[in-house]
Each structure stands twice: as structure tokens, then as C-alpha cells.
Design a protein around this ligand. Structure first.
Ligand SMILES: Nc1nc2c(ncn2[C@@H]2O[C@H](COP(=O)(O)OP(=O)(O)O)[C@@H](O)[C@H]2O)c(=O)[nH]1
Ligand SMILES: [Mg+2]
Ligand SMILES: [Zn+2]
Length: 335
């Protein structure tokens, strides 16, 4: 298989040094499945790489292999899906690399929540991928046209598709959004229907996919790992399962793209620092922006501002610690 068929392009070529280029199709803590021109190989990370914890290979990455099975380096990523690592501490977690189209899946059932979708859209925008909103379980709703129209309000500029993965309709539109050699990833709350969508694309015919490693008793693809799956049309699909919480790790500026309607209106407020609460001449109030959406905008802004501050505090602490170590070592070595 040619590298281009795996998504290789001039960007990655410009960073090529030496070794065998390959794409990480599946990553666990220590083992990697890598696709190369010669085929699929099982690889491990080199000792050097394992000690640089920032550049741990993840699914979607382009890597350079030494010999047949040692990952020597990770090529710079074109896009990077990040979230704040769950639990205590201020740390980022890379969910996937080099995703071109991020499919934000939301189920049109009792769990439907525009505020959560906004959160995923901020992540998408920050990653550099193109977002597409998939409103799944449309079979449960009679008023799909209205739902799509409403989604257009809180997801300005984002293509919205209503689909039913269960009934199998609406999905034909999807491959048209993803170019040849491009990679799409499914993201969204548990239960939204991501696995059902992936199964639809895999179809009954198991030959459709290059690698299906895990199947449950009913023969369905069950994703426990994030894994690249190649579609016969030449694009890639990846499920990002198991995100029980999505804490953002993004540049606060990135919020503005997701809330471009509010930002656009705010330019017309009388006061430059308008809080859009009770000020006279407030264009945001005048436009009667949905209150929930406005609050969501503030909440995400605050969240990322706090994150920024925490990162600064942590960096300061880390720098201080390093300086102390260096000072101590210098004292140690001075005659
Ligand atoms: N009514 C309806 N149910 C669906 C649809 N897609 C998925 N489901 C159901 O929603 C549940 C969760 O689906 P799953 O694909 O496992 O969600 P995931 O957690 O996002 O992977 C399952 O019971 C599916 O059968 C759909 O289009 N319509
Ligand atoms: Mg799933
Ligand atoms: Zn205002």
C-alpha cells in the first residue's frame, strides 16, 4: 500500500528524516500497531521516546521506525485532539492525532444536550479538524427539520446531518464530507451511537475493513481501544470511546469560533466591555440570544481561563523546582 493511501502528504514528507514511515493504527500503553508501505507491523517505542513523555505515539500519528519494529520518533502532528486528563493535576491528554474531520455524535433522545455539543465543538475547533455534527437517532423524532434548524443556531458554520444508525439512513452523506486519504473520528457521549455508526460502515461483510480485532458475541465491532479503520473508499474512521467526562484543554480564543454569533453581535454593543447583562445598547440582549447558550459561553470562557492560570502556576512551580535542583548540583560540583 502506498503511503498516500494511509494519509501521507507533503506536510509529513517535509518532516521526514530517516527510517521507515508508518501510521499508528492502534496504540496501547506499550504496544503499537503500525501500518507501513510493506504492511502491518507490531512495534514498541524506543527507550529515548519513552523518556520524553510529551511525544508518546498515539493513534493516527505518523512515526519513523528503526529496523522493523522500534518507533524512533513521532512526526509533528497536523491536528491534535486534546482534553484535560481526568482526575487531579493539570495535564493534557492526546486522544488522537492527524484527524481531518471530527464527527461530533449526539443522540436525539433524552440525553440530547446542546451545551455538551458546544463543548465538543470547542475541542474540535481547537484541534484543527473540521467539525461535522451528527444528530443520531433521528428515527425517534418527528420534527427533524426543526431540530436541524435549532442546531444551526448553536453550531454556526458547522454542517449538521440527521441520521439513524439503527435504521441505516442518512449515513451515505458522511463519506462525502471526508476526502480520500483523510481521517474522520467519532466523538460524543457514551450511548450516542458511535459504535453503531462504525458498525454500519463496517457492514456485515467483514472484508470491508483491513483489521477488525475485537468483536463481541454477536459479531459486532466493540471498540475498547482507539483504532484506525480503513474504508474501501480510501478514508479512515476511528471511534473515540470511553470519554465519560470531557474537560477541555484548549486555547480560550478557540471558544470564539464556536460562539461566532455572540462574538459577532458583541461588536455592536455600546460598551466595549459589555457583560451583556443589563447594559443599555447591548446588541447581544437585543438579538435575544438563547440564555442557555450565553451562559454556556461564559462558563467555557471561565473554565479555560482557570485552566490557563493553573498551567501558569504549575509551570512556575516546575521552573522553581528545576532551578533548585540545578543550584544544588552546582553547589555540589563547585570546589
Ligand atoms: N433509536 C435509535 N437507537 C440507536 C441509534 N443508534 C444507536 N442506537 C442505540 O443506542 C445505544 C447506544 O449505542 P452505541 O453505538 O453503543 O453508543 P456509543 O456508546 O456512542 O458507542 C444502543 O442501544 C443502540 O442500539 C439510532 O439511530 N436510533
Ligand atoms: Mg461505543
Ligand atoms: Zn452586550
Amino acid at each position: 500500500m502506498h503511503l498516500e493511501e494511509l494519509g501521507w502528504n507533503s506536510y509529513f514528507a517535509s518532516h521526514y528524516v530517516n527510517g521507515t514511515p508508518g501510521r499508528v493504527a492502534l496504540a496501547t500503553r506499550k504496544h503499537f500497531v503500525v501500518w507501513t508501505e510493506e504492511g502491518e507491523v507490531e512495534a514498541t517505542a524506543s527507550g529515548r521516546l519513552r523518556h520524553l513523555n510529551t511525544l508518546c505515539p498515539c493513534v493516527g500519528d505518523w512515526v519513523l521506525l528503526r529496523g522493523q519494529s522500534v518507533i524512533e520518533s513521532v512526526l509533528p502532528r497536523r491536528t491534535e485532539l486534546l482534553r484535560k486528563s481526568p482526575g487531579k493535576g493539570v495535564r493534557e491528554q492526546v486522544l488522537a492525532a492527524n484527524v481531518d474531520v471530527l464527527l461530533v455524535v449526539a443522540g436525539l433522545d433524552g440525553d440530547y444536550n446542546p451545551r455538551r455539543i458546544e463543548r465538543y465543538l470547542v475541542l474540535a475547533r481547537d484541534s484543527g479538524a473540521r467539525p461535522v455534527l451528527l444528530l443520531n437517532k433521528a428515527d425517534l423524532r418527528g420534527d427533524v427539520t426543526n431540530v436541524i434548524r435549532a442546531a444551526g443556531q448553536f453550531a454556526p458554520g458547522v454542517p449538521v446531518l440527521a441520521i439513524s444508525a439503527l435504521a441505516g439512513w442518512g449515513l451515505d452523506e458522511l463519506p462525502k464530507r471526508v476526502g480520500w486519504g483523510e481521517t474522520a473520528a467519532l466523538i460524543g457521549s457514551s450511548g450516542a451511537g458511535k459504535s453503531t455508526i462504525l458498525n454500519r460502515f463496517l457492514g456485515e461483510d467483514r472484508q470491508r475493513t483491513a483489521s477488525v480485532r475485537e468483536r463481541d458475541s454477536r459479531g459486532r465491532h466493540t471498540t475498547t481501544h482507539r483504532e484506525l479503520v480503513r474504508m474501501p473508499e480510501g478514508w479512515f474512521l476511528m471511534d473515540l470511546p470511553g470519554l465519560r467526562e470531557l474537560q477541555l484543554w484548549a486555547d480560550p480564543e478557540q471558544i470564539d469560533d464556536t460562539f461566532s454569533d455572540i462574538v459577532g453581535l458583541a461588536a455592536g454593543c455600546r460598551f466595549r466591555d459589555c457583560s451583556h447583562q443589563h447594559e443599555p445598547g447591548c446588541a447581544v440582549r437585543a438579538a435575544a440570544i438563547d440564555e442557555g447558550r450565553l451562559q454556556s459561553y461564559y462558563k467555557l470562557k471561565r473554565e479555560l481561563a482557570y485552566l490557563d492560570r493553573d498551567i501558569d502556576v504549575r509551570l512556575a512551580r516546575e521552573t522553581k523546582r528545576r532551578c533548585k535542583i540545578i543550584e544544588r548540583e552546582m553547589r555540589h560540583h563547585s570546589p
